[in-house]
Design a protein around this ligand. Structure first.
Ligand SMILES: *Cc1c(COP(=O)(O)O)cnc(C)c1O
Length: 350
């Protein structure tokens, strides 16, 4: 039986580390992609227990699941809302919405008007990533329209935000200049956003001037270091997830384990990485339905293997670097069919 062992105590320590680093900026814990493959509800429950009061959900379905765990005393930010029914859902579940285009702004205002509430929104400037966000040339009129809608009582513009590449300091500096200009223009339009947020994991640690009021951090809270960047030790974070597998066959060609391409390992890792067995490193020869490892003496069906996340073995990011991707891509590939086993689950709050 393969399993992802998720140590929520490590999550809690990483959260403390992130908070201490970014203070006085606040932490928004990003939990998209089923909390980076670690399992949404247990992660949110523990983080909420640790006092985290901002969650970044990406989509509405995730936001609603977060709300079911936290109850009323947390803010939940979703930045992809497509349909009117999703917008109505966001308003009904008290979700803060990221707004990156004019049509969505109008739709949210309309939905809020119909519900007779002020929808909390964070306006998104496109600072260069072109994923979504209002282009700088359209921003002044967008901000003016938002101010009008705020005055009419259907929008509460609580934040301005953007997302940056975190690939080079020069690019990020240029993005920050665009962001600063957008904030100034929004204020000139009469908006008074109290929450400015721009950075994710890497910039929140490396670039203090990027922290503003809040940082949106996923990877570092899960102990996933950046590919090509500083190590876990330097960052003082540790992997929360550890992927384990069981030996299911011993053949002349190698030892077969029950985790492979179907459960989550990119087949391109075959022949390029090693895993940990009883403290020793064993080459991973190929990845198919299962994975084949180089044999070891006395290998037997039922032996346990740590694929990644062992403190003395490779991390998800180590795997990622050998195939030119990022640790998050490895983490989110672990199939829902792989059991999650949790330690550090908080006792129920009453
Ligand atoms: C995923 C994401 C984050 C978190 O990024 P990490 O590098 O995992 O910390 C922050 N903001 C947005 C908009 C995201 O999509």
């Amino acid at each position: 039986m393969s399993a992802l062992r998720v140590d929520l105590g490590v999550l809690a320590r990483n959260i403390v580390r992130v908070r201490e680093t970014v203070a006085p900026a606040r932490l928004m814990l990003v939990v998209k992609d089923d909390a980076y493959g670690h399992g949404l509800e247990p992660v949110v429950r523990r983080a909420h227990h640790e006092g985290v009061r901002w969650f970044g959900a990406f989509d509405l379905a995730t936001a609603v699941r977060v709300r079911a765990v936290t109850g009323g005393d947390a803010r939940i930010f979703a930045w992809i809302a497509a349909s009117r029914s999703e917008i109505d859902g966001a308003i009904a579940h008290d979700v803060d919405l990221g707004i990156g285009d004019r049509d969505l702004l109008e739709e949210v205002a309309d939905a809020a008007g119909a519900a007779d509430v002020a929808a909390r929104v964070h306006l998104k400037i496109d600072s260069g990533l072109h994923r979504n966000g209002v282009r700088p040339e359209e921003w002044p009129s967008f901000a003016e329209r938002a101010a009008e809608l705020a005055k009419s009582g259907c929008l509460d513009v609580v934040g301005i935000w953007s997302h940056i590449a975190e690939a080079s300091d020069e690019e990020d500096d240029a993005a920050r200049a665009v962001f600063e200009r957008a904030v100034a223009q929004a204020r000139a339009a009469g908006l008074t956003p109290g929450l400015l947020h721009l950075s994710a994991s890497a910039a929140s640690f490396a670039r203090p001037e990027f922290r503003y009021d809040m940082v949106r951090v996923g990877a570092f809270c899960f102990g996933i270091r950046p590919a090509g960047g500083p190590g876990e030790r330097e960052l003082q974070i540790r992997p929360v997830g550890r992927l384990e597998a069981t030996v299911v066959d011993v053949t002349p060609d190698g030892v077969v384990i029950d985790v492979g391409a179907l459960d989550g390992l990119p087949s391109s890792l075959g022949g390029r990485v090693s895993v940990v067995v009883n403290g020793d490193s064993r080459r991973l020869l190929s990845i198919g339905a299962g994975s084949v490892l180089e044999a070891w003496p006395d290998a037997a069906v039922g032996d346990r293997v740590t694929v990644y996340g062992d403190p003395d073995g490779p991390s998800a990011t180590d795997f990622a670097e050998t195939i030119g991707t990022i640790g998050e891509e490895i983490a989110v590939r672990v199939s829902p069919l792989v059991e999650r086993i949790y330690s550090g689950v908080p006792a129920r709050d009453h």
